[in-house]
Design a binder for this molecule. Structure first.
Ligand SMILES: Cc1ncc(COP(=O)(O)O)c(C=O)c1O
Length: 331
């Protein structure tokens, strides 16, 4: 058994630190979505519950992760500030928490990053450093700043406080009366904070709940590594689901994902785009690619999940206008 990065009590402690700032998000069932997801030829449909992290103040669950870290800093760490690499949502979460708590936040994004996420980050008063080819190169830039300026690095997955913050999503789901008879959770995976946080909660509170991981075919390092049983990297991570665009697995989450996930599937760009449209059409909620990837995974798994109650997280809705237009015009 691998070393589990956090314990259930860490998630409860994170929830206690963040709950006065971030009220629980809704968990809703939509009949039109259930109807659209039901598999042809399958007698039983799926009862789908959507957890609305797109209703967070930064439109993504990552604000839980950022606030979990910033509410646990020492005085010295708060004074020096924090630095993080991000494609956007992790940075937005930290920026929101930094503004709330008066902690300076420096954010490293790759060149060509989502312009609207960059604009939102600047608007929240962070120092934005645009450098590097992709997320993984931005991590190297952030690590250099830690050495040069003595700030605390907040990695988007390799940080127990981050994973504990992410675990509060699943904690709220399991505590919701709607999810009394929950059979499965289907979650998108980038670095794995969301899925490992959820596994930490399910294995303590409801070990019968199966947790499935979903990645994009064009950024599938974690999926491929999970199936191979050893860490693999990809040369590129080129998906419009930019929150999932990582080329490596991360040491704090990979072992737990290996041990805990029931299965791990990958979905194409077209399937993710179809899930964005499905989310809009049936729930009238916006989702970015990473936010709809879990739903794309449910559609992929619909024969296996027939007759079950399944929760999926709309983990974020920060899609830029040009990408949204493209996704909608493919319908
Ligand atoms: C909207 C959204 N969904 C899902 C993920 C993936 O989360 P994790 O890195 O915890 O696997 C991200 C990561 O940035 C994201 O922004």
């Amino acid at each position: 058994m691998s070393q589990w990065p956090i314990c259930f009590e860490d998630v409860v402690a994170a929830r206690d630190r963040i709950r006065s700032h971030l009220p629980a998000t809704p968990l809703r069932n939509y009949a039109p979505l259930d109807g659209a997801v039901a598999a042809a030829g399958e007698a039983a449909g799926i009862r789908l519950l959507v957890k609305h992290e797109n209703h967070q103040p930064t439109n993504a669950f990552k604000v839980r992760n950022g606030l979990s870290v910033l509410t646990a800093l020492s005085e010295e760490e708060s004074r020096r500030g924090v630095v993080a690499a991000t494609r956007g949502n992790h940075g937005l979460g930290l920026a929101w928490a930094g503004r709330l708590l008066g902690v300076k936040v420096t954010i490293c994004v790759p060149l060509g990053n989502n312009p609207e996420k960059n604009e939102a980050l600047r608007g929240m008063g962070v120092e934005l450093i645009e450098l590097g080819r992709d997320y993984d190169e931005s991590v190297e830039v952030a690590e250099r700043l830690v050495r040069e300026r003595g700030m605390r690095l907040v990695h988007s997955s390799n940080d127990p406080l981050v994973i504990a913050g992410a675990g509060t999503v699943a904690l709220e789901i399991l505590e919701d009366p709607e999810a009394r008879r929950l059979d499965a959770l289907v979650l998108s995976v980038g670095g794995g904070s969301q899925a490992v946080g959820a596994l930490t909660v399910t294995r303590r509170l409801r070990p019968t709940v199966a947790v499935y991981g979903v990645q994009a075919e064009r950024a599938s390092a974690c999926h491929d590594s999970w199936h191979a049983g050893r860490p693999l990297s990809t040369a590129t991570a080129d998906t419009f689901a930019d929150g999932l665009a990582t080329r490596h697995v991360y040491e704090m989450t990979f072992g737990a994902l290996r041990e805990g996930l029931t299965d791990f599937v990958k979905v194409s760009e077209e399937e993710i785009a179809a899930a964005v449209r499905l989310m809009i059409r049936t729930t009238h909620n916006l989702a970015e690619g990473a936010g709809a990837a879990g739903l794309a995974g449910v559609v992929r798994l619909r024969h296996r999940l027939a007759g079950r109650t399944v929760a999926v997280v709309n983990s974020g809705s920060n899609i830029d206008e040009a990408t949204l237009r493209r996704v909608l015009s493919q319908a």
